[in-house]
Write a protein that binds this ligand. Structure first.
Ligand code: ADP
Ligand code: MG
Length: 213
């Protein structure tokens, strides 16, 4: 679940953003809409505890990330959230399997090779485990990043513009994968997007618009 109240964020040398209140029950899907520059990525960063709100309150899977000390917040994020960022941030120094192993290090847990195989397999990319990220197509890289995001069965999955560079068929497939992955761990799913195609695919999603229409 995600609840926000009176959330604001002021960039030190940038705009002051004011966000309308959001309430998403556990396991539900939220489509966060808004034009480019309206604050979608900022909102995701606040929910992920990557930025601290200037004002307002926030509850994400029963915790307020802003109230946690830095190390507790990083541990909380690693165990609670799955993040599918717009830039996938796969390490080119590591192969696909090793990129997923990093999730365990971040969470302070022992690597579970069988779980890594299972997560890659569920997204149809197990045979790519030994490749470097640069040896993947865009769609394959996104599947790897999604496998990484759901590896620890997070309570909340945040996806930033997951369809931005995809054709219609790939966008549809990516959304179905996100939705089914979230369903499998009963995670709350947030998809930040300015893509009109999102929503046609996702029945029953809550829609929330930020910024001016
Ligand atoms: P969106 O994801 O909807 O495109 P963002 O959350 O990235 O929007 O940005 C919201 C606003 O904050 C924009 O006006 C953007 O220029 C500004 N912004 C984003 N990051 C920074 C930053 N690090 N410093 C200053 N301003 C920023
Ligand atoms: Mg953005």
């Amino acid at each position: 679940m995600i609840h926000t109240q009176g959330l604001r964020y002021q960039y030190p040398r940038g705009p002051s953003l004011v966000f309308a209140d959001v309430q998403v029950p556990q396991g539900a899907t939220l489509v966060l809409r808004g034009n480019s520059g309206s604050g979608k990525s900022t909102w995701l960063a606040l929910v992920a505890g990557l930025l601290s709100a200037t004002a307002g309150s926030l509850t994400v899977a029963d915790s307020d990330p802003g109230a946690l000390a830095q190390s507790a917040r990083d541990a909380w994020r690693a165990r609670t959230l799955g993040f599918l960022p717009q830039k996938l941030h796969l390490s080119e120094a590591l192969n696909v399997r090793q990129n997923l192993n990093l999730v365990y290090f971040a969470a302070g847990l022992p690597v579970d090779p069988a779980a890594v195989t299972k997560a890659l397999d569920a997204l149809g990319v197990a045979d790519l485990a030994a490749r470097k990220p640069s040896q993947l197509s865009g769609g394959q890289a996104q599947r790897v990043a999604l496998a990484r995001a759901v590896l620890l069965k997070p309570r909340v999955i945040l996806a930033d513009e997951p369809t931005a560079s995809l054709d219609d068929a790939s966008a549809e497939a990516a959304l179905q994968l996100l939705a089914s992955s979230a369903q499998q761990c009963d995670a709350t799913l947030v998809i930040a997007t300015h893509d009109r195609r999102v929503g046609e695919t996702l029945g029953g999603a809550v829609e929330h618009r930020i910024g001016a229409a």
